[in-house]
Design a binder for this molecule. Structure first.
Ligand code: TPP
Ligand code: MG
Length: 275
């Protein structure tokens, strides 16, 4: 049963708590990159959009979600753990030697991970493979991909964008997590890709721009994307990097907080801010 709006909002908080707890325990990882993506991932896994079955992870008719910005693995692990793909406690083994919860998702180690990602720029191409396979196999599953906004500076993304439009892949939806930062600074300063939705539209995509940390907007966007025919959809998801712990991050004077776990002494404060 899909969760209600209120349940999804509380689910998002619980996913945020998992992200912060597991990265602090690991002493490494990318909490801020994971936190910006929480509403989208929560809506997919718990809002009735991603057709999936934790008891049957390789079900051929399942919808696919490919986290192309693989360094945000903690948000995926939290969603998979809370969905029952593995015992939830396993999230606390993130990045530990021997754990299947590697720093970047490894599809050969963990059921529910659709693609091994982390080398940025590849997930949309992989998603096209799934979307084309669905067509060849006459299956109605949908493929969702999420990239970062720094990631779309990779040329491969644009080869994929052209191919997806050429093949009219209306069974493919891309989220660009526009959190305005990448590794070394503001995404717009490193390589200005504005207007992101305009570029995808020029490539022949159907586009939407939404407030991606607003659960209601995410749900509406997913509904609209399902109705699009003859074109792939790009949802430009305007988010904040570190959403959920922004007061703490502003006190730490680090809006980007890329690839940094919270030191244990801030954990309680972070969990309290998330609520
Ligand atoms: C091909 C490639 N180049 C560089 C990196 C190193 N790297 C890891 S995360 C990151 C920044 C990604 O920024 P963005 O796509 O905006 O994701 P965010 O963390 O902001 O969600 C970079 C450059 C990588 N993982 N892969
Ligand atoms: Mg970014």
């Amino acid at each position: 049963m899909p969760e209600t709006l209120e349940e999804l909002r509380s689910r998002a908080k619980s996913i945020r708590r998992d992200i912060v707890r597991m990265t602090t325990e690991a002493g490494s990882g990318h909490p801020s990159s994971s936190l910006s993506a929480v509403e989208v991932v929560t809506a997919l896994y718990f809002g009735g959009f991603l057709r999936h079955d934790a008891q049957n992870p390789h079900w051929p008719d399942r919808d696919r979600f490919i986290l192309s910005k693989g360094h945000a693995a903690p948000v995926l692990y939290a969603a998979l753990g809370q969905s029952g793909y593995f015992p939830h406690d396993l999230i606390m083994t993130l990045r530990k030697l021997g754990s299947a919860l590697e720093g970047h998702p490894n599809m050969t180690r963990l059921a529910g991970v659709e693609a091994s990602t982390g080398s940025l720029g590849q997930g949309l191409s992989l998603g096209i493979g799934h979307a084309l396979a669905a067509r060849v196999d006459k299956k109605d599953y949908h493929t969702y991909v999420m990239t970062g906004d720094g990631e779309i500076g990779e040329g491969q993304v644009w080869e994929a964008a052209a191919a997806a439009a050429k093949y009219k892949l209306d069974n493919l939806t891309l989220f660009v997590d526009r959190n305005h930062y990448q590794q070394t600074g503001a995404a717009e300063d490193v390589l200005d890709m504005d207007p992101v939705d305009g570029k995808f539209a020029a490539f022949g995509w159907h586009t939407q721009a939404i407030q991606g940390n607003d659960m209601e907007e995410v749900l509406l966007a997913l509904k609209r994307a399902r109705a699009v025919k003859g074109q792939p959809t790009c949802i430009l998801s305007l988010t904040r990097k570190g959403e959920g712990i922004l007061q703490l991050l502003s006190r730490l004077k680090d809006e980007n907080f890329h690839g940094k776990p919270l030191p244990p002494k801030y954990l309680d404060e972070a969990l309290a801010e998330i609520g």
